[in-house]
Design a protein around this ligand. Structure first.
Ligand code: HEC
Length: 145
């Protein structure tokens, strides 16, 4: 017997939703309403259940990077150490995860506190681990709060 809990439903919902959205491409516009009503219940299930790791407060390092840190760290805006740039990250990695987390919480020069985001400490730490490990570190991802 499958453990049919809300998480499983949400996962199934996300799958159906993405398939529906895919199928919607190329349909005539007057069908949009019908499609919307078909996917509506699925969308409600998705909203009601926090899908694994996606809810604000429990985002993964990669999610944080792609929604927030990327704005500066991808291109190296205002001397932000670039994603994957080992030379730029090396002296910073020496601060350790705790030291880097302190910088990210408080902000540093052009980087505002918490990078201007609503990330909690765990999410910030995960984002740092994600970036640092792509630049040669071997930090361990912090457990959920
Ligand atoms: C608005 C641009 C901006 C955004 C967005 C941003 N950063 Fe930064 N970050 C910087 C800059 C600039 C520096 C270099 C600061 C310095 O040393 O002068 C930096 C440096 C850092 C450092 C090194 C700190 C140190 O003590 O050397 C870490 C860690 C970091 N950022 C983490 C993050 C994380 C995690 C995110 C996303 C949640 C993020 N940053 C988003 C601009 C940004």
């Amino acid at each position: 017997m499958f453990p049919l809990n809300i998480r499983t439903l949400a996962a199934a919902g996300a799958l159906v939703l993405s398939v529906s959205v895919f199928a919607m491409g190329g349909r005539p516009k007057d069908n949009e309403e019908a499609v919307n009503s078909r996917i509506a219940p699925v969308a409600r299930v998705e909203l009601a259940a926090p899908s694994a790791g996606a809810a604000a407060g429990d985002r993964s390092g990669e999610q944080m990077y792609k929604t927030t840190c990327i704005a500066c760290h991808e291109a190296g805006v205002a001397n932000a150490p670039k994603f994957g740039d080992k030379a730029a990250w090396a002296p910073r990695l020496a601060l350790g995860l705790d030291g880097l987390l302190k910088s990210a919480i408080a902000g540093k020069n052009a980087m505002p506190p918490r990078a201007g985001s609503d990330a909690n400490d765990t999410e910030l730490a995960r984002a740092i681990v994600y970036m640092a490990n792509k630049a040669g570190a071997n930090f361990k991802e912090p457990a959920a709060k």
